[in-house]
Each structure stands twice: as structure tokens, then as C-alpha cells.
Design a binder for this molecule. Structure first.
Ligand code: F6R
Length: 264
């Protein structure tokens, strides 16, 4: 696992955009996350697009997850959120931005269709991830199978409470979701997890330095041969090997570029 510590959340966004831009230039299939963490990264990518530095015209995108039961045009559906925050502002064709269909009366069939769509597209080149305070990635809550695929899940009350800030009240947060599984996420060729703020420090410590365990779903990154974790100082504050990660970053073989730094 490659761990990069940046001074602030703004610096995390710039470094994350650097990593993503390498893939975008190759017309990659992007795995996109919602939530607040990647918003600054999306803004940085939009800025580079506006400046004529980057085109997404050859890319396609798959979202990580979606609420069950929210209409697609609901402002908090992830279908709408990713368009509002990111893809409406760049040149990726809208039809090439896909998400699980949380409106399907048969969620299991919708989950299976989504998994198949990812495989038929040739898989995901780079999967962007945030992490929940309880260690979830996507909506794979603690206890999720490390081999799971896209499926229906029930949110933990902590996640409902965390996400209530996007709704008028906690009662409005759907408790069921469709999410890529941990096995689906592991199939992506490059994983890029971002975490900022002190509230994520414990989850970051457990995912980077804790045991691989279904109880901390993000620890599945330890099983991936090409995972990059970018955190700010606050999110890094509980890491035992912080100084080693800083040292290792200064010794990277810079001539290879992203993709050649996979020394783990
Ligand atoms: C979002 C997602 C979630 C979030 C996580 C962190 O698509 O899958 O796993 O990444 O809940 O959310 P924020 O970034 O809002 O702290």
C-alpha cells in the first residue's frame, strides 16, 4: 500500500487529481465515490478541464453505490449528486456515467445487472474511495464479506447519522442501499482512497495498520497489489508508522510515474 500524507485537505485534493489525471489521459474507466471527501478533488479536476489541461471524452464512469428508493432526480440520490458535483461540468458523455438502479423494485436483479455491466465494460481502471468513520468503503458496513459483489445492504445507524447532514432529517435517509461489494472493489486495477480530518484518524489507522478483517471493510485494501491512500495530517494523526511513510515517499523512484510506484 502506498501511503501519502499531505499537510491539508486541499493538498490531498491536488495530489488525488494528479493520480486521477494520469488515468483520465488514457481514457480510463473511472470508479467514482460520492460523499464530501472527494468533492475538492472533483473541483480540482473540473478546474483542469476548464483550463484545457484534461479531457474526459474517452472515459466512462461507474459509481460505487446508490440509495434504494430515492427517485433518480432526488437531489441526494447518488445519480444526481455525481452529476451536480462533477460530471455535468466536464466532457464525459452522460450515458457513460452509470450507477446501480436504486429504483428497481427488484434490487437484487439491479445489483446483478450492475456487476455485469462493470465486467462487460472491461472492469474499472481506478476506483476512488472515501472511508466511513466505522471503516466502511462503498456501503460495505462492518461484517461485509471481503469477497462480496454488488448487492443490497442495510446501513448501520452510524452511517445513517453521518449522512443525515445531507438530508433535512435523519428520518429521510434511506436505510437500504445497493453497493459494489468488497470483491467488486478489489477487482479494480488501482484503488485510491482519500481521508481528511481528525474524525477519520481511527478508521485510517485501522485500515492501514490494523488486521485485515471484515469488521473494518477498508482493510481489504491491504489485499490489493496497487492501492494508494492519500490523507491529510489530521487523518494521519493516529498512524504508528507515520514517519516511515513520509520517509518512503521522499525515496520514491520518481522517474516511473504513477503505476510504477507500486513497490509494496
Ligand atoms: C460514498 C461512499 C461512502 C463514503 C464514506 C465517507 O459513495 O461510498 O463510503 O465514501 O461514507 O463519506 P464522506 O466522504 O462524506 O466522509
Amino acid at each position: 500500500m502506498e501511503l501519502i500524507i499531505r499537510p491539508t485537505s486541499a493538498d490531498v485534493a491536488v495530489t488525488a487529481a494528479d493520480v486521477l489525471a494520469e488515468h483520465v489521459r488514457r481514457g480510463a474507466t473511472l470508479g467514482l465515490a460520492t460523499g464530501s471527501t472527494p468533492v475538492a478533488t472533483y473541483q480540482e479536476l473540473i478546474r483542469r478541464y476548464d483550463a484545457g489541461e484534461l479531457s474526459f471524452a474517452l472515459c466512462r464512469a461507474f459509481l460505487l453505490d446508490e440509495y434504494v428508493g430515492l427517485p433518480r432526480d432526488h437531489e441526494q440520490s447518488y445519480y444526481r449528486t455525481i452529476r451536480r458535483e462533477f460530471t455535468e461540468h466536464i466532457d464525459i458523455p452522460d450515458a457513460r456515467v452509470q450507477s446501480p438502479d436504486g429504483t428497481d423494485p427488484n434490487p437484487t436483479a439491479a445489483a446483478d445487472r450492475y456487476e455485469t455491466a462493470i465486467v462487460e465494460a472491461g472492469g474499472i481502471d481506478i476506483q476512488l474511495l472515501g472511508v466511513g468513520t466505522n471503516g466502511h468503503i462503498g456501503f460495505n458496513e462492518p461484517g461485509s464479506s471481503l469477497a462480496s459483489h454488488t448487492r443490497l445492504k442495510t446501513l448501520h445507524p452510524q452511517t445513517v447519522a453521518d449522512n443525515a447532514r445531507f438530508f433535512d432529517s435523519a428520518d429521510e435517509v434511506p436505510i437500504h442501499v445497493l453497493t459494489q461489494g468488497l470483491g467488486t472493489i478489489r477487482n479494480a486495477r488501482h484503488l485510491l482512497l482519500l481521508a481528511t480530518g481528525e474524525g477519520k484518524a481511527d478508521a485510517v489507522r485501522r485500515l492501514v495498520e490494523g488486521p485485515v478483517a471484515a469488521f473494518c471493510p477498508a482493510s481489504v485494501l491491504q489485499l490489493h497489489e496497487f492501492a494508494t491512500v492519500i490523507v491529510d495530517e489530521a487523518a494521519a494523526s493516529d498512524l504508528q508508522y507515520k514517519e516511515y511513510y513520509r520517509f518512503a515517499e521522499t525515496k520514491k523512484p520518481q522517474w516511473q510515474g504513477w503505476g510504477g510506484w507500486n513497490l509494496a
